[in-house]
Design a binder for this molecule. Sequence first.
Ligand code: AMP
Length: 398
Amino acid sequence: MFAELLLDQRLLKSVDKMGFEKPTPVQQQAIPLALEGRDLLVSAATGSGKTAAFLLPILQGMIKNPPPKEGTRALVIVPTRELARQIGKECEKLASYCGIKVGVITGGQEFKVQRALLRRDPEILIGTPGRMLELVKEGSTLFTNLEYLVLDEADRLFEMGFDEDVLAIIAQCNEARQTMLLSATLPGGVRRLMQVLNNPARVMVNDGREEHSSIRQQYVLADDDKHKEKLLLWLLENETFERALVFANTRDMATHLSGVMRYRGQRAGYLHGEVKQDVRNSTTTAFRDGKIKVLIASDVASRGLDVKGIDLVINFDMARKGDDYVHRIGRTGRAGETGLAVALIAPNEWNLKASIERYLNIKMEARKVKEFPGHYKGPKKVKASGKAATTNKRKKKD
Ligand code: AMP
């Protein structure tokens, strides 16, 4: 129960209103440690409830302690605009009875509007590193009284090359702050960012790899992209789902597939790095509202997309890394729902699939679509080596 975490009544009220019945494992472990004032290193997969795990103790601290004379009290740095907006919304809901102001700062918005927002002194700022750094440079006192710093999806911040910007922002922050770093996985590259933590308590709900037992993971062998298109369409026409998310590795493929799917009568849309912010927002909203049923996206565009009821994820192109695969399929099966993930595997993707299976310690279920059988049957079975075969033959002779 949330009440056992000794949270303020106003926070309990918002949690209740949001329909959270009991804390998720990461919330159960992280919230008491954060309330003690410890720095935290949290390894939890997307969908685990990690956002409320860091927001609730921050809000609790803000309610309890008197505010500083000026400046932002909490800064949350995230890798993508979508994730920033998503966290902003969750934060507004959690803070709705506390009168705490929340601001979201990302690229793709006007500087004028953002400066005005900063003048209103939001207690909690959520944003992406590039724009945040530019604004910090303009007014370096912004974070001198900072009480809380959160680096969310630190693996992504590192992978997207944001670590320099993040460290430059941190250099402008109050040193006497509490810092929390969250990451689905903890690859070596995140270590540089981890150095900003002061004797952190570690919360390892999982290492990001085993969270997805509620998701059925399958693969279908495919000859090439043309064959994949047929399989994709067949899956969309034959699976029962509310919302499907399809991953393509290139912008051109995402756009192309969306066109093909629309032509074939699917309510499809696409998101990738070159889609303008306002179009991105309207596409995400249409997907959330059910006007779009099939969203074709690249990895970056899908980050932070927390749309309820995604029950089918199709990897049209296989993820290039285990961590990406985890993030992709993490879009489904969120907070107790179940989901289906299907990967279309062409000959040149077999090794990738095998290495992802090894990395995640899983075995994807083979699935055949008999309407579109294809020629590719998987890698040739390796026969017993020549030596062993000879030995066997000899044995037989003997
Ligand atoms: P996150 O891992 O923070 O992206 O959260 C994934 C989803 O779970 C979001 O839609 C949250 O609103 C939801 N959520 C977070 N905490 C809980 C909880 N204790 N009970 C139910 N849903 C939750």
